[in-house]
Design a protein around this ligand. Sequence first.
Ligand SMILES: Cc1cc2nc3c(=O)[nH]c(=O)nc-3n(C[C@H](O)[C@H](O)[C@H](O)COP(=O)(O)O)c2cc1C
Length: 327
Amino acid sequence: MAELKTTYLGLELTSPVAAASSSLTRDADSIKRCEDAGFGAAVMKSLFEEQIDSDSRGMMEEMEYFSHTDAYDFISHTSRDYYIDTYLDAVEKAKRSVDIPIIASVNCRQQGSWIDYAGRFESVGADALELNVFVLPSDMTKSSQEIEQIYIDILKKVKSRVSIPVALKIGFHFSGMANMFKRLDDAGADALVLFNRFYRTDIDIKNLTLKSASVVSVPEESGLPLQWTALMSNQLSCDICSNTGIYDGEAVIKHLLAGASAVQVCSAVMKKGLAAVSEMNSRILAWMEEKGYASIDDFRGTLAGPADGSSDVWERSQYIKAICGIS
Ligand SMILES: Cc1cc2nc3c(=O)[nH]c(=O)nc-3n(C[C@H](O)[C@H](O)[C@H](O)COP(=O)(O)O)c2cc1C
């Protein structure tokens, strides 16, 4: 009898399909629904560094005694504490409501005072912490080395404050991507989530204004995380969790074959409903039975690139085969 249970970040998961940080995981009730639907873990909706800061500023601007520094400090900390306490409360409630691992999430772009609070996620029971580091490399004055160092510094600082595993959810805007992943691995990342789907801006040609592009992914987007999971999984000691564009059981199987420890899913559920999760689990189990696999570990990583990075089957040779017909 095939089993879906697996390990990610050293945690036991009932399924390799985890709920990605989003409105699906905003509070204990929604996380309970995720567990009932068959998700093996839940990454909580992120606490945003900007959300805390801008709210504090907004409150300040409305205050008559804005110039009074004591009041500034008091309001600033009250506001900050309000958001953090509400978040910690949600983590605590979620932990009481479900058996699946709860991964707290922080969306950050710099080493702010939020790092001082990292230990509190652990104290309220979070099983792990995911850092969604968002540094868009659009500033011409910042070199790639400076930007990369921000990620390393945030990771090291957070790791020094907590003993729970720390995953880094990152984008693909690195020129030396494999080198960067290795540096994050060496700096103590327990997992890399490949890849974050950054917010995109679109243009409304009727009203000549800017608008938000679709926030949900499409299945075609899963090719990039699949390729990088396959290229990196045998070369890194940390786990890889694939994310973006994973819409069905077949896509999950592909990412596991490429070496992912788990996958995260959001858009598929937003489009198809929570039933999509049990469909994924059933499809993986049926495929495992068909192939004679009893556990995920029986086939995980069997189509990943080699540990020395020497093979190019996941790189140029498939490209040449597709374009020129040379195999
Ligand atoms: C409505 C919505 C809200 C999201 N909120 C967060 C968030 O708070 N933190 C985060 O790290 N990612 C957030 N994400 C990104 C998802 O976690 C995920 O990385 C992304 O949607 C790609 O996965 P998918 O293709 O399965 O949707 C959000 C995505 C959506 C659609």
